[in-house]
Ligand binder design. Structure first.
Ligand code: NI
Length: 179
């Protein structure tokens, strides 16, 4: 088990367009995913993208299969490992909701996202994944996949009156479980 260091905003490695996975079911890929899962769980994250631990690959993980202490009221998202994801918005509807990011600790902002999406990609064995999801699940996927294109959620904030420090915005939240 290896909990890796999570890069913070300002690190240029978070701004790269990551490379596609070309070798599935390899020892390297499985090891990377194990590290990502350990790191996400240790940080109470809703998701993690490989670039956040400095790996230049199009791999994201998200979901827990159980309630997330950071988002206790959010619906349960199945634990998913997704390689080479492609997102297609379904319809024009956007939803605005709060997001945080393990690479932007201590802050939250309201971010517009597509309400309903289809996402496709591959699991670590190269088997296809194809899901149509909405709301929180769709938000998590869009946030994580943005990391693969060098985008952090503050770059998508439109209303900067709704961007600030978690401890100020949400004084009741347990700071140890923030971001
Ligand atoms: Ni993030």
């Amino acid at each position: 088990m290896t909990v890796r260091q999570i890069l913070k905003m300002g690190d240029p490695r978070l701004l790269r367009v990551a490379q596609p996975v070309t070798q599935f079911d390899s020892d390297e890929l499985h090891l990377l995913i194990t590290d990502m899962l350990d790191t996400m769980v240790a940080a109470n994250g809703a998701g993690l993208a490989a670039p956040q631990i400095g790996e230049d690959l199009r791999v994201v993980i998200f979901g827990s299969g159980s309630p997330n202490p950071r988002y206790p009221e959010a619906p349960i998202v199945p634990r998913t490992v997704l390689c080479n994801p492609v997102i297609t918005p379904l319809g024009d509807a956007e939803v605005h909701d709060w997001e945080g990011c393990l690479s932007v600790p201590g802050l939250r902002g309201v971010v517009p996202r597509w309400q309903r999406i289809r996402y496709t990609g591959f699991d670590p064995y190269g088997d296809p994944i194809d899901r149509t999801v909405e709301d929180f699940h769709a938000r998590v996927v869009q946030h994580e996949c943005d990391h693969l294109d060098g985008k952090l959620y503050p770059m998508r904030v439109r209303d900067f009156t709704k961007f600030g420090y978690t401890e100020v915005l949400f004084p009741g939240l347990d700071a140890t479980q923030d971001d």
